[in-house]
Write a protein that binds this ligand. Structure first.
Ligand code: R5P
Length: 310
């Protein structure tokens, strides 16, 4: 079993390797002057079970290309089996035709990954589970829910909690956590009555005097989460916290969260935290390194990955 790190999140790859008590495979990923990517694997991988760790986060296209070129190098180096470990799977939100003459980029990315040489994919909280079907190779989709459940129990042992989905699309995810924690569930229903008229947030469920936890897979601009938090406080919630798997956090998202009523937002390290994240008073990261390491060990040993869903 060998672990190769590309450049998007080296600290996570190092933490995974440390959990597995393995050194990272010696490999070079660098740029030519014109920004072409060059990869050189500096040790023998012939016949090995290789895991490439790379989140396709910002800069998304560069990180995706690094992964593709690494997969190609490993296949040409005669690795026995190659698993693309993608803690954050970029382009996942483009999973259907959103209008006439638009692409399904998640499918295109799936094709590229397979074509480049991956035999399996390991990922976390895919934006839509059906993306697994875009691949004709095995895809293991891990869940952050067990990790979040443990963390919420430790952090808020005495609070009367309520899980909240910030939109109708995220209800299944929030309900999963509510079930694990045996709490109630509320839903934010976003509605724009007419184009150009601002969005109305209807809170479905009685959140008055409750400690609400917003649950989502991605925070990008922070708009959905911060507006949802304001709506909850407006409906009488005692406090609002958030658990989000992937901190995409573009533009001024961290500043927006800081200025919002969100008491604390917990994200995972599927995407490397920026300086703004590290300095933020109400954003914290918890690590998925052990979860990934357990899954990689299970894949390598041909044992159950689904046992990690509990
Ligand atoms: C949407 O379906 C996702 O689950 C997230 O709610 C969304 O990507 C968050 O985006 P933003 O932070 O820009 O509102």
């Amino acid at each position: 079993m060998k672990i190769v790190a590309c450049n998007s999140n080296r600290p996570l790859a190092e933490a995974v390797a440390a959990s597995l008590n393995l050194p990272l495979c010696r490999a070079l990923v660098r740029r030519f002057a014109d920004m072409e990517i060059f990869v050189e694997i500096q040790e023998n991988v012939r016949g090995e079970d290789v895991f490439v760790v790379q989140s396709t986060c910002y800069p998304t296209n560069d990180n995706l290309m690094e992964l593709l070129i690494m997969l190609d190098a490993l296949r040409r180096g005669s690795a026995r089996r190659i698993t693309a470990v993608m803690p954050y799977f970029g382009y996942a939100r483009q999973d259907r035709k959103s209008g006439p003459r638009t692409p399904i980029s998640a499918k295109l990315v799936a094709n590229l990954i397979v074509e480049a040489g991956a035999n399996r994919v390991l990922t976390l909280d895919l934006h839509a589970g059906q993306i697994q079907g875009f691949f004709d190779i095995p895809v293991d989709n891990l869940f952050a829910a067990p990790l979040f459940t443990r963390d919420i129990r430790e952090r808020y042992p005495t609070r009367d909690l309520m899980m909240v989905s910030p939109d109708v699309g995220g209800v299944v995810r929030a309900r999963q956590l509510a079930k694990r924690l045996n709490t109630d569930l509320a839903i934010i229903d976003k509605r724009r009555e007419r184009a150009g008229v601002s969005e109305v947030m209807n809170v479905i469920g009685d959140v008055s005097k409750r400690h609400c936890i917003l649950v989502d897979d991605i925070i990008d601009s922070g708009g959905s989460l911060c507006n949802a938090a304001a709506a909850l406080i407006g409906s009488g919630a005692s406090s609002v916290s958030a658990y989000v798997t992937h901190g995409v956090l573009t533009g001024g998202a961290v500043a927006r969260v800081s200025a919002s009523p969100i008491e604390m937002m917990t994200i995972t390290d599927s995407i490397l935290g920026t300086e703004a994240v590290r300095l933020s008073a109400n954003v914290r990261q918890i690590s998925i390194a052990q979860l990934l390491a357990n899954a990689m060990r299970a894949i390598s040993d041909e044992s159950s990955v689904s046992s990690l869903f509990d």
